[in-house]
Design a protein around this ligand. Sequence first.
Ligand code: HEC
Ligand code: HEC
Ligand code: HEC
Ligand code: HEC
Length: 503
Amino acid sequence: MNSAKVLLGCSLVAIASMGLLANSINGKEEERKAINISPVVKEKGVEAKNEEWAKYYPRQYDSWKKTRESEKIDDQLKKKPQLAILWAGYGFSKDYNAPRGHFYALQDNINTLRTGGPVSPVTGPAPTACWSCKSPDVPRLMEEVGEKEFFTGKWAKYGSEVVNTIGCGDCHDSKTGNLVLTRPYLKRGLEATGVKLDQISHQDMRSLVCAQCHAEYYFKKTEETDDKGNKKIINTVTFPWSNGFKGESIEEYYDDLGFSDWTHSISKAPMLKAQHPDYELFTTGIHAKRGVACADCHMPYKQEGSVKYSDHHITSPLDNIENTCLNCHQEDEAEFKAVVKTKLDRKEELMEIAMNSLAKAHLEAGKAWEVGATEAEMKDALQDIRHGQWRWDYSIASHGSFYHAPEETLRLLAQANDKGQEARLKIAAVLARHGVIGYVAPDFSTKEKAQALAGVDLAKDIAEKQKFKQTLLQEWNKEAVEKGRLNMDSRKDMSDHSSYSSK
Ligand code: HEC
Ligand code: HEC
Ligand code: HEC
Ligand code: HEC
């Protein structure tokens, strides 16, 4: 009797607070209409220089610039050495940091060891596509040269063109000021899921501008011969969405294509790397189901005297919990923070288990090859490693997933752990067949140990990068300034950090 009463009481409270939530979402629509004004920043094309926008929208600009406060380098390979094993043979095993503010997106792309140390426009490991989510110069260039040309060639081809970090021109139309999708591949991705582009609501746009970059993608490779008979390789950013947004649906998409990002250098498994499926995972959670958009938490309204505007200081909503979460959740701040922390702890625990079992599976597979295992013997286990690691990566590469979609994240981590253990059982049987019993994988408990096992030659990579920064990068910046594409003042407050030079 008593417990039934308590339950009834609770659900009434829940219903009442849901009413409040709905009110505050609808109220936003009115506020928004009242503050939308839009002078023309540029009549034709994309204005990529954020300072140009500042002349008309000082509040949005000043708050946008605060993204530079998130400048700390957080070396994930140091924190989670398993990562270097999981990504052995791939660029991420060299250098991988937690995200920083949008102000640093371009600098981080230039500094990471993953983009290498090119010495000319046609050298280096990365394609032009690696600029795609770093700058409003990307839509500017796509308009000027065409999308196909943009996606042809090496990253270094556009060093003097892509020079302004993520900003106004990524999300706003330079002429009307309206929110706009500047990335054609997002539009194609949405169409593949059945979305009609002319029926997208304003509230959806408050998430979709983020989905341009915070989404899973791969580089679809095509080859063409131009008018002059030259072969061109085009690497187009493509969203693998036609089967849906679940981890398994995207895995199936890649399996059907026979696509791998790389072959693992220890286990030889055909691997997939998840990018940052923030948008996809977010859509599986309760906030998305209730119509909450990314901007509701990451860009809350701010009041300055009689003026109200969207806070463009995109960062962790937990740093500003009163003006974000507690706008809708009328709860005690300390209690609410404790609820949120528990979510993170649960995810960390499961993530650690999954990473350890997958890392061991790679190393044990490496041992099996060493003692003469055959491809036929290894095939099933390698497929388990591919699928297990994909599900782990898909769930955590989306950095805020444990808040965006907690249950879905934990479900995928449980699957990752299961697949990892399945692989290990199969490999143990192969090892036994080749006379190895009780094999224990080597120690990968520090970044140094793990990178040594993964065959990373950091000294060489760092030397190449430093040389590039002293030479070609200087030429890029000089040319960009001369051509009027870059205002060096815009980088004035930017200290140069990387995981290898800031020690
Ligand atoms: C043009 C691409 C692009 C768009 C559009 C974009 N982001 Fe980002 N975002 C990035 C990149 C790249 C990083 C990582 C930057 C770094 O580490 O240097 C990032 C980082 C972040 C971070 C981490 C910030 C921190 O301080 O740790 C958050 C939060 C974020 N974005 C949220 C959003 C939201 C919300 C939207 C939409 C309102 C959005 N982003 C739109 C590319 C984009
Ligand atoms: C990552 C995407 C993104 C970037 C980058 C961005 N904005 Fe916004 N901006 C938004 C969103 C989302 C809104 C909310 C729009 C709405 O709901 O009507 C917004 C709203 C605005 C508004 C309408 C008034 C308001 O404050 O709500 C102005 C003006 C504006 N932004 C200017 C800028 C300027 C100037 C810059 C560059 C310094 C910029 N924005 C960068 C996404 C972005
Ligand atoms: C624009 C309104 C809004 C904002 C802002 C908001 N929420 Fe929510 N939240 C909701 C709604 C609506 C629900 C779903 C309630 C239901 O239907 O059960 C919800 C549910 C939740 C739940 C329970 C479900 C789950 O996923 O575990 C948690 C926890 C939560 N929110 C945390 C947060 C945090 C943390 C923030 C700030 C970073 C936040 N919310 C910001 C509207 C909001
Ligand atoms: C209900 C509120 C809420 C909504 C809506 C929301 N987020 Fe978040 N987001 C959070 C919280 C809370 C965090 C965790 C921040 C932390 O760890 O400090 C986070 C983290 C992130 C991060 C990682 C930041 C980091 O430094 O690791 C990114 C990127 C991000 N969100 C992007 C998005 C995008 C894109 C959307 C829409 C598709 C979105 N968020 C919608 C609450 C929200």
